[in-house]
Design a protein around this ligand. Structure first.
Ligand code: 5GP
Length: 267
């Protein structure tokens, strides 16, 4: 393999220089962290699954006209994306109370919100990604007023689309986190969707059982996180067939069963 220069290593991904100017390779790791990296671990096969799920979601969002950094998936763990300047704001959209909003405001987890909420968090690990208001974003010039208008309208469209996409496979989209970046064309820049959308940054609950199919399994020591991530991919139709061709995601459960010579587990 040719030598590549690493641009940045984050908690769940590594960014390498891409083959052409303006491109980046996003490598998905199995590493998992929670509570501002106080808890660290590994979810076997997570990188492969998240690469595939994020490819699927970004491709479908592009079909409805959301501009994204995604170009194409390269292999099991890597995708080629456009290089952007990340806006230092985590955009969280919530449909149901859970996680930090439940803790902060004392709202019971699982309580549907009267309408979807958009929250902004300033991306700074040393500060623990604090919740901020649009006034802070404007005051400290983290994003312009026009950029925030684009971000909020895209976040609402993405939420509407994803709620429907997940509802169709019996999954409730409780909340999720988005990141956006600036794509430059000379002096001009526009905001596009960046990072990833996967069970690492979403709360996904099974509609019937309420079972958590996301990173809360790791955060809360619920176990079976690999299986939960695979279940999301399976329901999205990304793990169909026993014989995954080259470049396709391996169905780990079938793979293990084949190696053991036992029938695959039914889920
Ligand atoms: P909360 O604010 O309740 O902790 O998180 C709200 C939603 O945003 C959850 O779906 C959570 O997974 C996602 N989220 C918030 N911050 C981060 C982050 O730093 N990394 C990831 N992967 N997801 C995050």
């Amino acid at each position: 393999m040719s030598r590549r220069s690493k641009i940045y290593e984050g908690k769940a991904k590594i960014l390498y220089e891409g083959p052409e100017p303006g491109t980046i390779i996003q490598y998905f790791k199995d590493d998992a962290t929670a509570f501002n990296a106080e808890k660290k671990g590994t979810i076997n096969g997570k990188g492969v699954i998240n690469n595939r799920i994020s490819e699927h979601v970004f491709t479908r969002l592009a079909h409805i006209g959301i501009p994204t950094h995604f170009i194409r998936r390269l292999n099991m763990r890597e995708q080629l994306v456009r290089q952007v300047e990340i806006i230092p704001i985590e955009v969280v959209v919530r449909n149901v109370a859970a996680g930090s909003i439940s803790k902060r405001l004392g709202i019971e987890e699982g309580e549907p919100l009267p309408h979807s909420l958009i929250e902004y968090y300033y991306k700074d690990d040393s500060l623990g990604d604090p919740l901020v208001a649009e006034e802070h974003i404007a005051c400290f010039n983290w994003a312009s007023h026009e950029e925030m208008q684009d971000i909020s309208s895209m976040a609402i469209r993405i939420n509407d689309f994803l709620c429907g996409m997940f509802a169709a496979i019996d999954i409730r989209l409780v909340d999720f986190k988005l990141e956006f970046g600036r794509l430059f064309d000379g002096d001009y820049s526009r905001v596009i969707l960046a990072d990833e959308i996967s069970p690492d940054g979403c709360r996904l609950w099974d509609v019937k059982s309420g079972e958590k199919l996301d990173k809360d399994r790791f955060r809360r020591d619920l176990g079976d996180e690999e299986e939960a991530y695979r279940e999301v991919a399976r329901r999205l139709g990304l793990l169909q067939g026993e014989d995954n061709g080259p470049g396709e995601v391996l169905d780990l459960s079938s793979h293990r069963s084949r190696m053991r010579g036992t029938p695959p587990s039914k889920k």
